[in-house]
Design a protein around this ligand. Structure first.
Ligand code: SF4
Length: 324
């Protein structure tokens, strides 16, 4: 699945491919590569995302999302390994339940790229040999659960066979009426989304099917994401986006309004704008709450209400997301 044609694992190869002075300068001033040869959360970037950076009007913003920097080494008070309380909410090796009658499946540790702001960058992913059976066994005894959320990692990085097996194991439970998939692959690895298309087209006949994309910047959307979203929408999927407010990436009125409008032009409703989860090593992406509120208030004056995402924070142990 991952090979040198589709992903970069070496920063030097990635920078050679970009052939852009700004990227080399950014890396020289900030990249971690020569500081930490065995990082816990190593660099990974897809060729598709590298191409988006090449074409971007705002390439440094996208670069910041995926290029390791020295800032990640800083220990900052309040930034922890499990910022959203995944571990205390764990019900099995792969099931997390925080909210009433809904459950989240950590289906894989694999992603299309490694986002430097990731809230699960320190998560102790298990190598789970049989996720489908574990999920099925758990749902057998939790018949009040009506929505299952596939998360990870990125669930669409599963092989077509493993993904189908997981979905089939959930579909065996009539109590589950809604299947939600959280993914960055439409902008990171559209090729991997395409390999699931036969099944993705079938799913709306079996579940209320919701795909939540994680897009943070308008330059991450291109003709390939537009095609994918159009096909999903035509098949009956509800398409929502949740982004994260990130310093140096999307913390301006113009960037946020442009993102929301472009999402809508591709059939996706901006749903959540998350305040940064306080994972160790991400503090340099933080936008303070007052600034975040002021930004979203301005965005509200520029866009119709249905295009203004809800500004929220996830607080460990709370029974819902907390509006700001
Ligand atoms: S795709 Fe999601 S889970 Fe994967 S590295 Fe990015 S933020 Fe983390």
């Amino acid at each position: 699945m991952e090979n040198s044609r589709t992903v970069f694992t070496q920063i030097s190869d990635f920078l050679d491919y970009l052939e852009k002075d700004f990227a080399v300068n950014f890396a020289k001033s900030d990249a971690l590569a020569d500081l930490d040869p065995t990082p816990k959360f190593p660099f990974l970037c897809s060729r598709h995302y590298a191409d988006l950076i090449k074409k971007a009007s705002d390439p440094t913003a996208l670069l910041r999302e995926i290029l390791p920097t020295k800032d990640e080494l800083k220990k900052v008070d309040g930034f922890v390994d499990d910022p959203v309380g995944d571990l205390p909410a764990g019900k099995s090796d792969c099931v997390i339940q925080k909210y009433d009658q809904r459950a989240l499946i950590v289906s894989t540790a694999t992603c299309g790229v490694r986002c430097r702001f990731c809230f699960r960058k320190n998560y102790p992913f298990q190598n789970i040999p049989d996720v489908a059976r574990q999920v099925s066994d758990w749902l057998d005894t939790h018949t009040d659960v009506w929505e299952v959320i596939l998360s990870g990692g990125d669930p669409l990085t599963l092989s077509p066979g493993d993904f189908r097996e997981l979905v089939e194991s959930i579909a065996m439970h009539p109590s589950v009426t809604t299947l939600r998939i959280h993914t960055r692959l439409p902008i990171m690895r559209p090729d991997l989304v395409m390999q699931h298309f036969e099944l993705l087209r079938e799913l709306p006949a079996r579940f209320n099917s919701v795909l939540v994309s994680h897009v943070n910047h308008a330059d991450e959307l291109d003709s390939e994401s537009a095609t994918l979203f159009a096909q999903l929408k035509f098949s009956g999927w509800t398409l929502l986006n949740q982004g994260v407010l990130l310093k140096g990436v999307n913390d301006s009125i113009d960037k946020l309004t442009t993102l929301c409008r472009k999402l809508f032009s591709q059939g996706v409703l901006p749903y959540y704008l998350h305040q940064l989860d306080h994972a160790n090593g991400v503090a340099h992406f933080e936008v303070d709450d007052d600034t975040a509120r002021a930004l979203i208030a301005k965005v509200r004056t520029k866009l119709p209400g249905y295009l203004v995402p809800k500004l929220v924070r996830e607080i460990a142990g709370e029974k819902s997301k907390t509006p700001l």
